[in-house]
Write a protein that binds this ligand. Structure first.
Ligand SMILES: *[C@@H]1O[C@H](CO)[C@@H](O)[C@H](O)[C@H]1NC(C)=O
Ligand SMILES: *[C@@H]1O[C@H](CO)[C@@H](O)[C@H](O)[C@H]1NC(C)=O
Ligand SMILES: *[C@@H]1O[C@H](CO)[C@@H](O)[C@H](O)[C@H]1NC(C)=O
Ligand SMILES: *[C@@H]1O[C@H](CO)[C@@H](O)[C@H](O)[C@H]1NC(C)=O
Ligand SMILES: [Ca+2]
Ligand SMILES: [Ca+2]
Length: 617
């Protein structure tokens, strides 16, 4: 329940206190009772000493913001976001209190999967700009103190990439770059050939595609146009390092790494020369072409993939050692169970992995149905499983999932942002969360997401559609929400943009954005960067999160996640001494910054969140 993010530092400081006491005793012996009086007076007027604080690396307590470049800002009116658009809005990040950005892929791509199908890992996609634009973006971001991370997509390359074209064509240098396999004769039809295994693609249908050019199947765990690299082939691993080195040489501060659980598949050498079939899930509501029909035993979370990840960490550490500068970071995307997720931090043998794997538990384990106890349980799950000394992180949304206010409830936007900002470690914000943007409506005709188009039809596409979370950012109430001068944008603008946009929220007396700014400013407080945490449910509806640190103000989040009012007893909150001051309140709260809370009984309205500031412990 209670945790410390600086245990060893506090112990060192206790040592200092002991030394002070020993010296004090010596003084007593020499000067007698008069001296006792003086020493006591001095010690008590000084109060407890502040703890020694471990200096934090730049990323360890940062606010990290995900940009979806296609939807952030369009500079040239073609309806598609681009690098010059991002450059023109870079001031937004210091204004919002954001320290680092990561951009979904900006590399050359036929855009089957909107950039996650890369055809040239060493160049910028033409719709987004040029290498010169990228350099300008980096230089301006750095001059504003903003770190820039790129999206590194190692699992697969576009079938339009030279790697694939050469491999398919049989060029010996690239022949083994992808996972190629012969099929099996079909006993029922001699002109047909069956795929090597029953593996199913993420976007539906067999994960094996026949190449008539090469007369073999290739593996694609995602779209047909995204061929899986062969990570059992050393030149592929070398090439991944080359790609990372290229962008680090350009000045990137690190990478978000895509789709890691799918990097390596079972080796036929371990299975009598065959690719083994995945076991059937037994879920009869799914058909054989649907992902859930099988259990991905041989295609996901294979232990060998972690060794590749650990090598990448060795590489980035080595790169920094050779080139100096700040830490180059690796943040991992891996939807996996808790034990497989934690291995991305590193293993028990002391191998370091990524700086952290993204924590998707707010997306996968919580929703508008969740109760306060579920929130506490899910938060403590991550903190309990995390290796000693590791840095936690919190993610409320991303480009693959419905937006935060839609998955939860609009009444919860400020409370969720407050939770993100007050928990220990890194806070991750997906584009639009700072203004509480909801999912946009995208009709079947307007849908462009490959997952929705492949897995769904006019009646079911909405179950898979990732487009509603990708509609353009709402800058203001002008044409296309200020995203583009064109009213013809790649995805429609969500129709609530007159009501929810950044310009309005900057003007309004109370707004999600103003709450967000106050929260990011509060993160500079030492209690949040270095303090301990304590989190517990008051009831099914409300919970508290306390951050405390000797000699520094105690900070407390009270959050009612239910849709009904709830009365709580503040005497149950450890380290909270009343009166306390409201530092910030959710926008529909009856309380305001500066209000004094001096009674133990307090009623929180539905979704209400309060951040209290109280005297040090
Ligand atoms: C046999 O397989 C070929 C190639 O896949 C296909 O075109 C043909 O329709 C199949 N014939 C029957 C009878 O299913
Ligand atoms: C997580 O998945 C791995 C591999 O799929 C499995 O061996 C392990 O038992 C699972 N752990 C938990 C906690 O579910
Ligand atoms: C949020 O809660 C209110 C009140 O219960 C409800 O009317 C509304 O539909 C909810 N919104 C979402 C997105 O769940
Ligand atoms: C549009 O936004 C501007 C600036 O935020 C505001 O002054 C104006 O009233 C808004 N217009 C409408 C129709 O809401
Ligand atoms: Ca553009
Ligand atoms: Ca793979």
């Amino acid at each position: 329940m209670q945790g410390s993010v600086l245990g060893p530092q506090l112990l060192i400081n206790m040592g200092t206190v002991l030394k002070v006491l020993v010296i004090t005793v010596g003084v007593i012996a020499v000067l007698g009772w008069i001296a006792v009086g003086i020493t006591w007076g001095v010690l008590s007027s000084q109060g407890p000493e502040p703890p020694e604080l471990k200096p934090l690396d730049w990323w360890e307590h940062c606010v990290l913001y995900q940009i979806y470049p296609r939807s952030f800002k369009d500079s040239d009116g073609d309806g598609i976001g681009d690098l010059q658009g991002i450059i023109s809005e870079l001031e937004h990040f210091p204004d919002a209190g954001i320290d680092a950005i990561w951009m979904s892929p900006i590399f050359e791509s036929p855009m089957i999967d909107f950039g996650y199908d890369i055809s040239n890992f060493y160049n910028i996609h033409h719709e987004y700009g040029t290498m010169e634009d990228f350099r300008e973006l980096l230089q301006k971001a750095h001059s504003l103190g903003i770190k820039v991370l790129l999206d590194f997509v190692p699992n697969h390359a576009s079938t339009y990439s030279d790697y694939f074209i050469e491999s398919e064509g049989g060029n010996p240098e690239f022949a083994d770059y992808f996972v190629w396999a012969d099929g099996y004769p079909d006993p029922e039809n001699e002109s047909n050939i069956l795929p090597p295994s029953n593996w199913i693609s993420h976007f539906g249908g067999s994960a094996w595609e026949w190449s008539s050019t090469r007369q073999q199947f290739y593996l694609h765990q995602f779209a047909v146009e995204q061929a899986d690299f062969n990570f059992r082939h050393q030149p592929v691993k070398d090439e991944m390092i080359n790609i990372m080195r290229f962008w680090l040489d350009e000045g990137a501060d690190g990478f978000r790494v895509d789709a890691l659980p799918y990097m390596i598949e079972a080796d036929p050498a371990d299975h009598d020369g065959r690719y083994p079939d995945n076991p059937l899930s037994g879920l009869i509501q799914f058909e054989p072409h649907q992902l859930e029909y099988t259990i991905p035993l041989y295609t996901k979370d294979l232990i060998e993939l972690y060794d590749v990840v650990y090598e990448w960490r060795e590489f980035t550490d080595q790169y920094q050692a050779e080139h100096g500068g700040d830490t180059r970071v690796l943040f991992a995307e891996g939807y996996a169970n808790i034990s497989m997720t934690m291995l991305y931090y590193g293993n028990e043998d002391g191998k370091a992995g990524t700086h952290f794997p993204f924590n998707f538990d707010f997306i996968t384990d919580l929703s508008s149905e969740s109760r306060a106890r579920d929130f506490v349980y899910v938060i403590l799950k991550w903190l309990s499983y995390m290796p000693f000394g590791a840095v936690p992180n919190w993610v409320l949304g991303n480009h693959d999932n419905n937006r935060m206010p839609t998955r939860f409830n609009e009444s919860m936007v400020d409370g969720l942002n407050a939770l993100n900002m007050l928990l220990p470690g890194v806070a991750v914000t997906y584009q639009g969360e700072e203004i509480g943007m909801r999912d946009g409506y995208v009709s079947w005709e307007d849908t462009v997401d490959v997952e929705a188009c492949n897995r769904g039809d006019e009646d079911t596409y909405h179950l898979y559609n990732r487009d509603p979370a990708r509609t353009p950012f709402h800058w203001d109430n002008t044409t296309s929400a200020g995203f583009s001068i064109s009213d013809d944008t790649w995805l429609p603008i969500a129709d609530d943009y007159m009501e929810i946009n950044l310009a309005k929220q900057k003007e309004d007396a109370r707004s999600h954005y103003k709450v967000y700014q106050k929260l990011t400013a509060l993160r500079k407080h030492t209690t949040l960067s270095h303090g301990e945490y304590d989190i517990r449910a008051f009831s099914d509806s409300s919970f508290y999160l306390v951050r405390s640190l000797r000699t520094y103000d105690t900070l407390v989040l009270l959050f009612n996640v239910a849709q009904t009012a709830d009365t709580v007893d503040l005497s149950r909150v450890p380290h909270l001494t009343l009166p306390a001051t409201v530092y910030v309140a959710s926008i529909h709260s009856s309380r305001d910054a500066g209000d004094i809370i001096d009674r133990e009984e307090l009623t929180l309205q539905r979704g209400e969140a309060l951040v209290l500031q109280a005297a040090p412990i």
